[in-house]
Design a protein around this ligand. Structure first.
Ligand code: G3I
Length: 344
């Protein structure tokens, strides 16, 4: 090649924004890891979108139902449980050798309308809680071996959220929930799941204090779901490392349970560019490296909260342009995907 042509090509290459990843997704992400790599799956999308389905099948070995196991969907009427979507996700998981992680039994959101207006005394609410948990866990006890039992019970200041459950049953609803789940699934792994635990020490301390108190009373909670809806602006990797260490020192399994890395946390006008992709990949890389430091027996896995950017809850929830996942809108792997694979 002529020297001038070579130099021109070199210049072009050097100036080109690195929006294209430096790897392919021909091999599975999960095959690179010593622990499960999961994804939150929208049951409808899985059925209707072959590209989405193929990525789910090829790249991940653990599945968390994004919505269909939440109370509003699974018990839409009092005493009527709609198993269809969960059954079909379970059949899919079995067919392809994936772990199915149960999400979530007790939460303040996505409650069915009937529950919101249910009138009853504390005993009736207790029975409602027990029936909800034990009917679901009981049905799937041989197939779903891990559960987010209680989700997001704490506020940012470390106090308990004033949820319907707290109002009706008082703080003991958390202990009750774990006891009821354990009664029907003695060997399952039971998790407490929450957000900002990697960045808010007060919140994490409150969670650990509660779980340790339960442990002292013989109520075993096996792990903590650290959701990790993080962003390129925060938190610092050192905070993440500290949280992982604190949780594992207390002998709880760590599930990075809902990982996404927002590139537009402040909702500005945004054209993603090479720098942003790199920042996203770097933070994800730091998370992976710190996760790998956790003792192996406490690594439950890392779960991404969605397949591609176009499937992310962030866009419709916050109504902003964002690109928080491993695959782009065209279902192509992003630099973040490559970084994760490289460091696993
Ligand atoms: O099912 C209805 C559909 O019938 C209707 O046509 C459509 C119109 O908006 O809404 C559909 O429901 C939506 C549902 O997702 C299923 O797509 C809800 O509006 C929407 O609010 C709901 O959002 C979910 C959100 O939880 C609820 O707060 C997200 O998909 C889901 O990713 C998100 O996940 C939570 C975790 O479970 C717990 N941690 C936080 C995380 C993010 O919020």
């Amino acid at each position: 090649m002529k020297t001038w042509l070579f130099l021109a090509c070199l210049l072009l290459w050097a100036c080109k924004p690195e929006t294209t990843p430096s790897c392919t997704d021909a091999d599975a992400l999960y095959a690179a890891a010593d622990f499960p790599i999961g994804v939150a799956v929208d049951a409808g999308e899985l059925r209707a979108n072959p590209v989405y389905e193929a990525i789910t099948r090829k790249q991940f070995n653990s599945i968390t139902p994004e919505n269909v196991m939440k109370a509003a969907y699974i018990q839409p009427e009092r005493g009527f449980f709609d198993w269809e979507a969960t059954d079909s996700l379970l059949a899919y998981s079995k067919r392809h050798g994936k772990r199915l992680h149960g999400h979530t039994l007790v939460w303040h959101q996505q409650l069915p309308a009937w529950m919101d207006v249910f009138e009853g005394d504390a005993a009736a609410w207790d029975q409602l809680l027990k029936t909800h948990i034990q009917t679901i866990v009981g049905r799937y006890k041989n197939d779903i071996l891990s559960w987010d039992v209680v989700n997001e019970a704490f506020l940012e200041d470390g106090s308990l959220r004033n949820s319907l459950w707290l109002q009706k049953l008082g703080p003991s609803y958390i202990e009750k929930a774990f006891r009821y789940a354990r009664e029907v699934a003695p060997d399952a792994l039971l998790f407490y799941n929450d957000y900002n635990l990697e960045s808010n020490a007060a919140k994490l301390n409150s969670v650990l204090k509660l779980l340790n108190a339960l442990r002292n009373r013989g109520v075993r909670v096996d792990g903590i779901g650290v959701q990790m809806h993080v962003s390129i602006a925060y938190p610092e990797p050192a905070q993440i490392a500290k949280a992982f260490q604190q949780i594992s020192t207390e002998q709880y399994r760590v599930h990075v349970s809902e990982l996404d890395v927002s590139v537009n946390p402040f909702g500005r006008d945004l054209e993603p560019n090479a720098k942003i992709w790199q920042q996203q990949a770097d933070l994800l890389g730091a998370i992976v490296l710190h996760y790998c430091q956790i003792p192996q027996q406490l690594q439950f896995g890392i779960t991404l909260w969605g397949v591609s950017d176009q499937n992310s809850w962030i866009r419709y929830f916050y109504q902003r342009a964002d690109y928080p996942l491993l695959y782009d809108d065209q279902y192509q792997p992003k630099p973040a995907y490559c970084k994760m694979k490289e460091l696993l």
